[in-house]
Design a protein around this ligand. Structure first.
Ligand code: NDP
Length: 328
């Protein structure tokens, strides 16, 4: 049988980690033929809680789980890692300015980028979930000069899944009947879920909806503000759906997108669609042979253009802010 794949998860004792680790251990991240070895990273005060989760993982008796190791040092946690899920981040607390948030996260993602650069496996794939995810991914990527930039990605798959769900409800179809939906830009309130290229049973989705006002006033804000709606309803953040989307992101990256469809991921821009080169921005992407690629040659209408530009401008501002702080 195959040697285990090393999967590093940061923030492993957190809410998302709790939902994510069991899905990984059961084989849903990489497939039912692939044993995994978990490497959990936590800050020292959360190591004990991570050890508790490791006891539960043991009690899952997962045939594909080849072991769980826990670290509080990124250098060790990323040693030999093949898949790195960067979930732990510094949340925005009351009264915190954006600059403070970026600076606190720079203190986390810079050493993690360096550790990935120093010790990760040659085929390492990195997914950043911890917010602000796109810019955290940029910081880590900039400190890993020996790793191909395309291996650093940030998660917009949850936004993608939320958009699929909303559109399927509106049109009374199954999510599996919808193709070619995509999230563009930043994983933030400015993100742009684009249905103009989407197809529903062979028909254009925007035409099937037939109501631009619904797109502008209902669909886009519902998708973009879904996280807040869940906190309001549950009294806790959307950890399980975030974990589920992280599983989807890596599974697709490794196993590919179906013919005639694409998905959404924040990847390093090559300048496509006027998104400045080097920004980690969400695009429609296909995956093949373990690589995400930006879908090329799509026509961008006026409605989409202004929204993509606004979200990309926010990413450029975040990049300028972390540059000013000396984080990249
Ligand atoms: P969660 O596990 O709920 O969330 C972790 C991160 O994911 C946050 O940055 C959160 O952003 C982000 N996130 C992205 N998408 C979503 C989504 N849809 N819903 C909710 N969150 C989303 O946080 P916890 O506080 O429970 O756990 C964080 C853990 O990380 C703690 O155990 C802490 O000790 C650890 N940590 C580890 C570090 C390390 O390993 N070096 C560094 C820092 C923290 P948002 O804040 O915007 O909700």
């Amino acid at each position: 049988t195959q040697a285990p794949v090393n999967v590093t998860v940061t923030g492993a004792a957190g809410q998302i980690g709790y939902a994510l680790l069991f899905r990984i251990a059961s084989g849903q991240l990489l497939g039912q033929d692939t044993p995994v070895k978990l490497r959990l990273l936590e800050i020292p005060q959360a190591v004990k809680a991570a050890e508790g989760t490791a006891l539960e993982l043991e009690d899952g008796a997962f045939p594909l789980l080849a072991g769980t190791d826990i670290f509080d040092d990124p250098k060790q946690a990323f040693e030999g890692t093949n898949v790195a899920l960067l979930v732990g981040a510094r949340p925005r607390t009351k009264g915190m300015e954006r600059g403070d948030l970026l600076e606190a996260n720079g203190g986390i993602f810079k050493p993690q980028g360096e550790a990935i650069n120093a010790g990760a496996a040659d085929d390492v794939k990195v997914l950043v979930v911890g917010n602000p995810a796109n810019t955290n991914a940029l910081i880590a990527q900039q400190h890993a000069p020996d790793v191909p930039a395309e291996r650093f990605t940030a998660m917009t798959r949850l936004d993608h899944n939320r958009a699929l769900a909303q559109l399927s409800k509106k049109l009374g179809v199954s999510v599996s009947d919808i193709r070619k939906l995509a999230i563009w830009g930043n994983h933030s309130a400015t993100q742009y879920p684009n249905v103009f290229h989407a197809e529903v049973g062979g028909r254009n989705a925007a035409e099937a909806v037939g109501d631009e006002k619904w797109l502008a006033d209902e669909f886009i804000p519902t998708v973009a503000k879904r996280g807040a709606a869940i906190i309001e309803a549950r009294g806790a953040s959307s950890a399980a759906s975030a974990a589920s989307a992280a599983i989807d992101h890596v599974y697709t990256w490794v196993n590919g997108t179906p013919e005639g469809d694409w998905t959404s991921a924040a990847v390093v821009s090559d300048g496509s669609y006027g998104v400045p080169e080097g920004l980690i921005s969400s695009f429609p992407v296909t995956a093949k042979d373990g690589k995400y690629e930006i879908v090329q040659g799509l026509e961008i209408n006026e409605f989409s253009r202004t929204r993509i530009d606004a979200s990309v401008q926010e990413l450029a501002d975040e990049r300028d802010a972390v540059r000013k702080l000396g984080l990249i």
